[in-house]
Design a protein. Structure first.
Ligand SMILES: [Zn+2]
Length: 525
């Protein structure tokens, strides 16, 4: 009985898994059976494969065809197995020598006319093939620009099934464009809607701090947050520039390592929002609107396909919640798990599992419902109880994790005049980078990478302050009802010491950290 085995890749969660597609062709009534937990979209592959094979001028074996997908326990979703199934069936019928397909993964959807289309999550799929030790992948020629950053595996682009067959036969086929090839979408056979309710992500590459004038203290707060990995809150009246400042945070962070870049790019590829080459090393910015549902923030499953939420799109970057108190309470509560563990669990009947979600949180908020309660609070018409209720929308456990909280007011005319030339993001990023190096030197052989992750008890035990710094901290502690607030001052003071290239925080750094904790009532306290 003729047999063939080819490799494809399916996306599970935000990762690719290599699937062996075994095909047997035997005597009997012509039929095609698919076993190994295919969902409806995979089961339909046989019909697309047949049309595509015939459109390519190849003969479809009119016999009993059995396709087995393994590992059998993984539910397979999506149309990305069209191409390996078509090639497997042709191979079982003797079209290609086994050596031609032995170390090759085939990834792509097929049009009925034989065209090869990119499937969603191409980058994650190719990385999985590389991880599995395969030497070559054959993918669509269109919509795969995201693969340019991948090395270590040979990538062959083909625009039709005919072209794929010619590659496997060792022939040369001109890579001529196919007429009417411009309407490829990645949603084709997948049946998934466009993600209208999710915000654009990863667009922070073009945002430069040089475009923000004035705001010396808030600019410094963003720099300190970037250096120490501290979560950040900016509280101030509407239109004062809070969002402009915090959306520049990703551009101040050190560029992602090659491995982290590919991990982030693979997640974005699975979400159908591939990152451009220019954006790839910049940590992503994910900024959901305050009307976002819990599932668009935390992740959901649609027809067997996992849609990463905003927290996963922010993985290794920044999650910006603009006007945070306006988010629904269950949405904000849902942030606790990723903030604690760096992952978010998605539980639906069709799929459940963990998605990566390790991000730096940046929030902006108005000081009160009317937005004017800042400084002296003149002009604010809100009652004290309304202000308390507003602040209470951000729960204690969430706010406890935010080390830096700053009240932002409109820059004065003098401040704007004296700040005509603002520092660029690149200049600030260089200081952040050097602070990170000091930090990673000190934190080597600990489980922590940045100051924000170090528990205050460990900071106290392992790394003493300079004596004038310790004196001031003790003074703050005596006058404070909230010891967590003191812990935050301690963590931030270490970041200030790292930025100033000194070995331990002294009085100046502790005082500086206190200024970044916020001084006025309500949200910033
Ligand atoms: Zn008010």
């Amino acid at each position: 009985m003729p047999l063939a085995c080819v490799q494809g890749v399916v996306i599970v969660g935000v990762q690719g898994i290599v699937v062996r597609v075994e095909v047997a062709v035997s005597d009997g009534l012509p039929s095609v059976g698919v076993v190994g937990l295919p969902d409806a979209s995979v089961a339909e592959s046989r019909w697309r494969a047949r049309c595509a094979v015939e459109a390519s001028g190849r003969k479809w074996p009119n016999r009993r065809i059995t396709v087995s997908l393994s590992p059998a326990e993984v539910r397979k979703h999506g149309a990305g197995l069209d191409l390996p199934m078509a090639i497997g069936i042709l191979a079982a019928d003797g079209a290609f020598p086994p050596a031609a397909i032995a170390s090759t993964a085939l990834i792509g959807e097929l049009g009925l006319d034989g065209r090869v289309r990119p499937s969603r999550g191409m980058l994650a799929a190719v990385l999985a093939a590389r991880q599995a030790g395969l030497e070559r992948v054959i993918v669509a020629s269109r919509g795969t620009a995201e693969l340019e950053a991948v090395s270590g595996i040979s990538i062959v682009r083909a625009h039709t099934l005919h072209h794929v067959c010619a590659v496997l036969e060792g022939g040369v086929v001109d890579d001529e464009p196919v007429p009417g090839d411009g309407d490829d979408t990645m949603d084709g056979a997948d049946g998934t809607p466009h993600d209208d309710d999710r915000e654009a992500v990863g667009s922070s590459a073009a945002l430069d701090l040089a475009d923000v004038r004035g705001h010396l203290l808030p600019r410094w707060a963003v720099e300190v947050a970037a250096a120490g990995g501290h979560h950040l809150a900016m509280v101030g009246p509407p239109g004062v520039g809070k969002t402009l400042l915090v959306e520049r945070l990703p551009g101040l962070l050190p560029p992602l390592s090659d491995d982290d870049s590919l991990e982030v790019a693979a997640i974005h590829s699975v979400a159908g929002l591939p990152r451009s080459m220019r954006e790839i090393p910049v940590p992503p910015l994910s900024a959901p609107h305050h009307s976002a549902s819990a599932s668009s923030l935390l992740g959901s499953v649609h027809g067997g396909r996992v849609l990463p939420g905003a927290v996963t799109m922010a993985h290794r970057g920044v999650l910006l919640l603009d006007e945070a108190p306006e988010f629904a309470r269950p949405v904000l509560e849902g942030l606790r798990q990723p903030l604690e563990s760096g992952v978010v669990s998605v539980n639906r009947t069709s799929w459940s599992g963990l998605l990566p979600a390790r991000f730096q949180l940046a929030i902006t908020a108005n000081p009160c419902p009317c937005g004017k309660r800042i400084g002296t609070g003149a002009g604010c018409s809100c009652s004290p109880s309304a202000v308390r209720r507003y602040a209470a929308r951000l729960s204690g456990p969430l706010m406890d994790r935010i080390d830096i909280r700053l009240a932002v007011s409109r820059p004065s005319v003098g401040e704007l005049d004296s700040a005509e030339r603002s520092e660029s993001s690149a200049t600030v990023r260089a200081r952040v980078q050097s602070a990170r190096e000091r930090m990673s030197h000190r934190l080597a052989s600990t489980p922590w990478r940045v100051n924000a992750q170090v528990p205050a008890g460990e900071l106290r035990r392992r790394w003493p302050l300079r004596s004038d710094g310790a004196d001031l901290l003790a003074e703050i502690e005596r006058g404070s009802e909230n010891l967590r607030g003191v812990d935050r001052v301690l963590r931030v003071s270490w970041t200030l010491a790292d930025l100033r290239k000194i070995d331990a925080p002294g009085r100046d750094e502790v005082a500086g950290a206190l200024a970044l904790r916020g001084a006025h009532a309500g949200l910033a306290s």
